[in-house]
Design a protein. Structure first.
Ligand code: NDP
Length: 323
């Protein structure tokens, strides 16, 4: 089978299309024949070495396809099931081994591409808006990169919960897209001081929560956007990692809270996975949640997808079609 592997960390040029044997499922695993794989920033981190993996590593943490075979203790799915998953590595490939307990069945009307596009960023937006900070009607939040894959879905779910949503973007075109996701005020953080703008728009009060996926270039000012005892949710670092931080700053800026969550810790049980994936796929199926698929690439051209994502050129989901 064909797969995209990295033998040593580095740039997109380190991604190689290789031929490897189709693997055999272990006791609790399923072998899935992939139809589509989602491209996420986490794949960039495993490629570059910011996140560590045993090498060679097959990239990709999200996919959809058909169960081909299961191990003897993989009771959750059966051969022939249409399934999708997130947070099990190896989806940039024709086949992947996935723990059966991480697979969810795809609603009949959803195609594979849509399901693959929804899982990782959709469940991320779900846990951030429903669990990390369960937004309430009338509260206000700031979402960075609000035209991005995760950001666009966070904005939509924040609106579903009745919040006022501020969103940062780098261009006018992305501001237009962010507004389509429901952002009430799109702020060009490449042109204006976004913290001053948030304070102005909230009459000096600040927002209840900031969802920050950008990291290095936004972190400090994100703290300045919060009301006293507000929460900064640093969940990514698309501009680079945040340097070491003195916790007494949280006191100085208003007894603030800071968390650095990851999706895996919000999918601790099968029930939690089925809740989040069920909501996300159900909302996509009913049209309540809009997925914006920016571009689809052939598996062999996965490196171009990474270049576009890292180059800040995209607004929405990138997918690989397989084969
Ligand atoms: P996005 O679609 O959000 O793409 C990244 C966006 O970040 C860009 O389009 C750009 O938007 C913005 N950005 C700002 N500065 C830079 C920069 N210097 N270089 C590149 N992009 C920049 O990607 P994802 O939704 O896939 O992921 C976003 C972040 O969230 C990643 O760090 C990812 O790892 C993290 N994440 C974390 C999860 C978790 O559970 N902790 C789960 C999912 C994602 P603009 O042009 O508008 O500035």
């Amino acid at each position: 089978m064909k797969s995209i592997q990295v033998k040593e960390p580095g740039g997109p040029e380190k991604m190689q299309l290789v031929d490897v044997p189709v693997p055999v499922p272990g006791r609790k695993q399923a072998l899935v024949r992939l139809a589509a794989a989602g491209v996420n920033f986490i794949d960039v981190y495993f490629r570059s070495g910011l996140y560590k993996a045993d090498l060679p590593v097959t990239l990709g943490n999200e996919g959809a396809g058909t169960v081909e075979a299961v191990g003897p203790d993989a009771a959750e799915v059966a051969p022939g099931d249409r399934v999708a998953w997130a947070m099990a590595r190896g989806s940039y490939a024709e086949f992947a081994l996935v723990p059966a307990a991480q697979l969810v069945k795809i609603p009949d009307r959803l195609d594979f591409a849509t399901a693959a596009a929804a899982m990782l960023q959709g469940m991320t937006a779900h846990y951030l808006t429903h669990s990390t900070y369960p937004l309430k009607s009338g509260e206000a939040c700031l979402v960075h990169a609000a035209a991005g894959g995760a950001g666009g879905l966070i904005a939509q779910m924040a609106k579903m919960r009745g919040a006022r949503v501020f969103g940062t973007v780098s261009t006018e075109e992305k501001a237009r897209i962010a507004r389509q996701h429901g952002v009430d005020e799109a702020i060009l953080y490449t042109a204006v001081d976004f913290a001053a703008e948030v304070k102005r728009l909230t009459g000096g009060a600040g927002v209840d929560v900031v969802y920050d996926s950008v990291g290095q270039t936004t972190f400090e000012k994100s703290l300045n956007c919060l009301r006293p005892r507000g929460l900064l949710v640093l969940f990514g670092q698309s501009s680079g990692p945040v340097p070491p931080f003195d916790p007494s700053i949280l006191n100085a800026k208003g007894s603030l809270f800071l968390t650095r969550p990851g999706l895996g810790h919000y999918l601790l049980t099968r029930e939690e996975l089925l809740w989040r994936a069920g909501d996300v796929l159900g909302w996509v199926d009913s049209g309540r949640l809009q997925l914006r698929i920016e571009r689809t690439y052939p598996l062999a051209d996965a490196a171009s997808a990474h270049r576009d994502l890292e180059g800040r050129k995209t607004a929405g989901k990138l997918l690989l079609t397989i084969p």
